[in-house]
Ligand binder design. Structure first.
Ligand code: MRU
Length: 354
């Protein structure tokens, strides 16, 4: 089951807001529907958002009626802008839009641009699963038989096209026959851990224990946690890693308890234009995500609320960043530049060979 794919002339994706109780798929050829669904977290998780953004631009291109190339491209730039405005933090959104826009901008005629935009989006979707499996293969070398692993949020198949990044590492270790166990932070406010990671691990038959976010420190102090593995939404050039709110606390807890803190992410999540975590825009979401749980009010009316959706693990707390092109260790800057350059070369080659 793919989280998102091109299916019968439309984009098809699972509605992540309904999981784990209902498995509902949405099919659309309207980029506006996809943009709204990215905003509402129907589509979520950085790599999945990146692929969705690519498909959304391609749908926009297919829909534009304009026959004159400059006008067509001007309208497509507007579509790209609309898609980029949905969420600010995960760089994969911007990366996904730009990958398709790059091929569109060099297209010779409108029909050719439409074809190449869709081809590029499909290529991104196909690459994503392979990338996750390679992250899994590299990362599983850090996981030993008998390990207890703690994860935060959902960096699984649902956050990608399939397989996952942090959960890709965990899946690969499990597939190698290592007996592992995962502590899953529930991840308030939107419960991506309880709803999505628990759903995926249970389906895969990987032993796990669900905990609330405020239990992580106690679990690290009183039980054996061998490592933390999380995904990422944007990694700055110095290795500061933005991920779901709560990741900062987990990174400090891991440091305090001498537990390695690993980040598993595709190179598309690395943003070399951003020097450090403090420069990353943190999405602030609506108050009702905090004052309610699954639609049920839990806080008094009129209470003041903060709802930052992300924070960052400072690079000094990050033990390694696991990418599809290998494991990068501190100091991160040079290693991150090298894996990004390898990835960009691979994209150019893939485009050339069609
Ligand atoms: O708000 P979300 O659910 O899109 O946030 C997702 C996360 O923070 C994930 O951990 C991150 O995107 C990595 S997914 C491989």
């Amino acid at each position: 089951m793919k989280t998102i794919e091109w299916f019968d002339g439309k984009v098809r994706y699972i509605d992540q807001t309904k999981l784990p109780l209902e498995e509902i798929f949405i099919e659309t050829n309207d980029y506006r529907v996809m943009a709204a669904d990215i905003k509402q977290l129907v589509i979520r998780g950085a790599p999945c958002i990146g692929v969705a953004a690519g498909f959304a631009v391609a749908l926009g291109a297919l829909e534009i009626q304009e026959r004159e190339r400059p006008r067509f491209l001007a309208r497509l730039e507007e579509v790209a802008g609309e898609i980029k405005s949905t969420r600010p933090t995960a760089v994969n959104l911007f990366w996904g839009v730009e990958r398709v826009m790059e091929v569109a901008r060099v297209g010779v005629g409108v029909d050719q641009i439409k074809r190449s935009a869709l081809a590029e989006a499909k290529r991104m979707a196909a690459e994503d699963e392979d990338i996750c499996r390679r992250i899994g293969a590299h990362g599983s070398e850090l996981i030993q038989d008998g390990f207890n692993i703690l994860t935060h949020c959902n960096a699984g198949a649902l956050a990608c096209v399939d397989y996952g990044t942090a959960l890709g590492v965990i899946r690969a270790a499990h597939e190698q026959g290592k007996k592992i166990h995962v502590f899953v932070d529930e991840t308030r406010p939107l419960l991506q851990g309880a709803r999505l990671t628990a759903f995926e691990l249970t389906k895969a038959g990987i032993p796990m224990t669900l905990i609330t976010d405020n239990m992580a420190g106690h679990i690290m102090r009183t039980r054996k946690v061998n490592c933390v593995v999380v995904g990422a939404d944007r990694i700055a050039a110095n290795g500061d890693t933005t991920n779901k709110i709560g990741t900062y606390s987990v990174s400090i807890l891991a440091k305090e308890h001498g537990i390695p803190f690993y980040v598993a992410a595709p190179t598309s999540t690395i943003d070399l234009k951003i020097a450090k975590g403090d420069d990353i825009v943190i999405e602030e979401r609506k108050e009702d995500e905090v004052t309610t749980i699954q639609g049920k009010r839990v806080a008094p009316f009129g209470v003041k609320v903060a709802n930052p959706a992300f924070d960052f693990a400072p690079s000094k707390y990050v033990s390694a960043i696991i990418t599809e092109h290998g494991v990068v260790r501190p100091p991160f800057e040079q290693g991150l530049r090298s894996v990004v350059s390898t990835a960009n070369q691979a994209i150019r080659q893939a485009r050339q060979s069609g």
